[in-house]
Unconditional design. Structure first.
Length: 101
């Protein structure tokens, strides 16, 4: 998957967020971006907060293990899934693949 890259600190995921959607969901892959729909509005960090909460719940990780690296004020974001465990990295990659297929 082009939207997921492995680095020393964990995995980076490039995504695009659609705020004010009817429900929270993974909408597939759009080019090299994972598309996520969120019900939160894009004001005062509400969509960013919901993005972290939704991804943590969907991937089975803690909210503290997810960090927005770039795109705090835009729809296109790059997030870090913090883990140095190879097995956990592989599990996360497989989980993301299963969510978009």
């Amino acid at each position: 998957m082009d939207c997921v890259r492995e680095i020393d600190q964990g995995l980076t995921v490039s995504l695009t967020v659609q705020p004010r959607a009817s429900k929270n969901s993974i909408a597939g892959v759009q080019g090299d971006l994972l598309k996520i729909r969120l019900t939160a509005p894009p004001v005062e960090g509400a969509a960013n907060k919901m993005c972290i909460e939704f991804l943590a719940k969907s991937l089975g990780v803690t909210k503290s293990s997810i960090e927005i690296l770039s795109g705090h004020t835009g729809r296109k974001k790059r997030i870090l899934l913090k883990t140095t465990d190879k097995t956990e990295k592989q599990r996360l990659i497989e989980k993301i693949r299963s969510m978009v297929s």
